[in-house]
Design a protein around this ligand. Sequence first.
Ligand SMILES: [Zn+2]
Length: 210
Amino acid sequence: MLEQLKEHVVQIAKEADKSGLCKHKSGNFSIRDKETGYILITPSGVAREVLKADDIAVVDIDGNIVELKSDAKPSSELKVHLVAYREREDVFGVCHTHSHYATAFAVQGIEIKPVVFEALVYGVRTPVAKYQRPGTQELANSIIESLSISDACLLEKHGVIAVGKDLVDAYLKAQYVEDVAEIAYYSTVLGGGKLPEAIPQEDFDAVMHA
Ligand SMILES: [Zn+2]
């Protein structure tokens, strides 16, 4: 079932690997089917080079497996994806990465300041969800507050969650989070270790409504 969507998830996961956003076997991707409400998610521990459509699990909103054609296991962060879909009815794609610059901010528990206008793409903010152990319901629940104010959030000492109206949108936001994090990082280095000032929110508002 939903074979085309499975292929789409595989394609984005492979692109994320190729672009360097995700490395090794890290990161996970999901999509919500508009008709059935089912969620299709990448497996845990499968190298992207050998990832195939049959490895993509179809689950319901409670995480019960509806269909899985291979012996792969759904991502260990399935709970995070489910919470994102439950909390945000407008979300149909979720992307989780450990991209390096953004994760460096997450390790320090520092929000990535919106220092360039690209931050608008994901909602300006990247609130940091407090550290929780990977794979737990506590980690999943930790993103609720962050996702109520932005489409991107940092998981303390872990990585990034980006959500979107589809998986391409979520993936794009994850890329922009990484770009803004990289720029903020180098600006900090150039500033002798001083974090740069954020662009004022009213300027983002003005640009958005221009
Ligand atoms: Zn992770």
